[in-house]
Design a protein around this ligand. Structure first.
Ligand SMILES: [Fe+2]
Length: 189
């Protein structure tokens, strides 16, 4: 279940249609997609085949040329380095489009003076337009599997803003263990 939060005033939206409207007002597409096509242990190829229709439709919507399945777990080699690439505020020169198959994570989206946090989970499809200032982190189980779409076969690169805004926000889906790690990092930094 997705959760949209507005950290400064503790406003929380959990209703699907309200989330969709709120994100649409910010230029972000959000939809709930059927998850029953494949089992949790399906191969990447099986996932791409099962969602071939949606993948093709999304390609046409956004001019994307390819799609793949990203699969991240605590066992993923170099996970910390991978997460560190994206948990600092950045933009991309192409859209960030994800359909979450399993796991959870939080997108922080920064518009002017406003930051909203959007916790996504299985069944959530999110389309963040190119140039949107944002950062992303996983929840405490450090697990996510998602279909991604790309406009350029070379993939996408984070362009860091170096604003430091990300340091002021804790992803609420994390438990005390995460807060401890974050605190330890700030102490040692
Ligand atoms: Fe990103």
């Amino acid at each position: 279940m997705a959760v949209l939060r507005f950290p400064p005033d503790d406003r929380v939206i959990e209703d699907e249609s309200e989330i969709r409207l709120s994100l649409a007002a910010l230029g972000i597409d959000y939809e709930r997609w059927d998850l029953s096509r494949v089992g949790a242990d399906a191969s990447a190829d099986a996932v791409l085949t099962a969602y071939a229709r949606e993948i093709e439709q999304m390609k046409q919507r956004g001019g994307y040329v390819t799609a793949d399945v990203i699969d991240v777990s605590p066992e993923t080699p170099g996970l910390d380095a991978m997460l560190a690439r994206f948990d600092k505020e950045h933009t991309h020169s192409e859209d960030e489009v994800r359909f979450i198959l399993c796991g959870r994570g939080v997108f922080f989206l920064h518009f002017g003076e406003k930051v909203v946090s959007f916790e996504v989970g299985p069944g959530d499809m999110l389309r963040v337009p190119c140039g949107t200032t944002h950062w992303f982190t996983l929840c405490e189980d450090r697990r996510i599997r998602a279909i991604r779409w790309f406009q350029d076969t070379t993939g996408w690169t984070p362009h860091y803003t170096d604003s430091g805004v990300d340091q002021a926000y804790q992803p609420l889906c994390f438990g005390p263990a995460y807060l401890g790690t974050r605190a330890a990092k700030s102490v040692s930094a």
